[in-house]
Design a protein around this ligand. Structure first.
Ligand SMILES: *Cc1c(COP(=O)(O)O)cnc(C)c1O
Length: 358
């Protein structure tokens, strides 16, 4: 069945293991983030096989699917879902007292102890308490039974693209030290961000005291997320997308007729490159962000896509292209997120590539 995501679990396991080994000398443990593959069980299991103890995802539906590892909810909970949060997650990321109150009630009712990673905004302006709010907030939250403030975390390079550095991550470490000095909280986890923190880790510049990173993209796509550079020793092709050619024809590069808007309200522009050989693949914007497709075959260029048709220029492809031929693509994070969420894209999990049929 096509289009399909081909997910090589051995490569995901290798990437996880390599990243764990990179982080271990710095006293840093890794939470494996599964959301870009919608919390696929097989992916969670591959991460666990590489030694990951905690799987993290932003959605409860995904956490419910994941294997029996320790689970963390990455997106701040909706207080209405407190019951499900304490049932499905051992940890959640939080920044609101009303939500902690709801989690506290739910944890008490379930006879559970729910751990909270308190989020601190050190500049990226997504979720989190402002640093000077943390101590007063913790003083209030400590009264809530059933929950445990068990750590501090921050998220960077997401909304504003702010890069992790020794100063902003240092704020977390200082706050944790202050919480300890005031005998308020002994942080088990001080979480210094996502895959964008790996650049700093490689330079040995993560402040001492940070003991956790939450990694998704680096594990799945083998790249850090500042310049999207491949990380040494990691596979960047653990996940590829495959789709089928449904038309192959020679066509001019200039359309015939007067030009209005395309299917998405844009006014396309064209350069005359003469007659080119093109292929249409059965793949479109209902499946993927076409701008995030990276052709793996030589001499293939993505021209664009409508809802269901992807147009390729295949003039420089070394052989003849046939209807029914399968083309493979690497993916950016955004393209992978869309493809793995599309109900039209099949996920094919490969655990033993050497035994794969054709
Ligand atoms: C998605 C997410 C991560 C993982 O980010 P990557 O860039 O994929 O490593 C970490 N923390 C939070 C809060 C997230 O939402």
């Amino acid at each position: 069945m096509y289009p399909r995501l081909r997910i090589d679990l051995a490569k995901i396991r290798h990437n996880t293991q390599t990243l764990r080994e990179l982080a271990r000398p710095w006293g840093i443990d890794i939470w494996g983030v599964t959301k870009v593959l919608c919390g696929a069980v097989q992916v969670g299991e591959a991460m666990m096989a590489a030694g990951i103890a905690t799987l993290a995802d932003s959605r409860l539906e995904n956490l419910a699917r994941l294997p029996t590892a320790e689970r963390a909810l990455l997106r701040l909970p909706d207080p209405r879902q407190a019951e499900a949060v304490v049932r499905l997650a051992h940890w959640s990321l939080n920044s609101e007292l009303v939500t902690l109150e709801a989690l506290s009630q739910a944890a008490l009712a379930a006879g559970k102890r729910h751990r909270v990673l308190l989020m601190v905004d050190v500049g990226d302006l997504r979720e989190g308490l402002w640093p000077d709010e943390v101590i007063p907030f913790v003083r209030q939250a400590l009264h809530l039974p059933g929950i445990e403030i068990a750590g501090l975390g921050t998220n960077l390079t997401c909304f504003s693209g702010v890069l992790p550095d020794p100063t902003n991550l240092g704020v977390l470490v200082q706050l944790a030290a202050e919480l300890k000095r005031l005998s308020l909280v002994e942080c088990q986890v001080i979480s210094g961000g996502n895959s964008s923190s790996l650049e700093l880790l490689q330079q040995g510049k993560i402040p001492k005291g940070i003991n956790n990173l939450r990694l998704g993209e680096a594990i799945i796509l083998g790249r850090e997320t500042i310049a999207r550079r491949p990380l040494p020793g990691l596979f960047t092709d653990a996940v590829t997308l495959q789709a089928v050619a449904i038309e192959v024809k020679e066509k001019p590069t200039l359309p015939t007729g007067s030009i209005g808007q395309d299917a998405f309200g844009q006014r396309p522009a064209f350069t005359d490159l003469g007659v080119r050989r093109r292929a249409i693949l059965a793949l479109g914007r209902q499946d993927v962000h076409p701008e995030g497709l990276l052709p793996l075959e030589p001499g293939v260029r993505v021209l664009g896509a409508s809802s269901d048709h992807l147009l390729l220029d295949t003039s420089d492809y070394p052989e003849g292209v046939k209807v029914g031929q399968v083309f493979s693509f690497g993916l950016t994070y955004g393209a992978l997120l869309a493809a793995s969420t599309s109900p039209y894209v099949v996920k094919q999990f490969i655990s033993h590539p050497e035994r794969e049929g054709t």
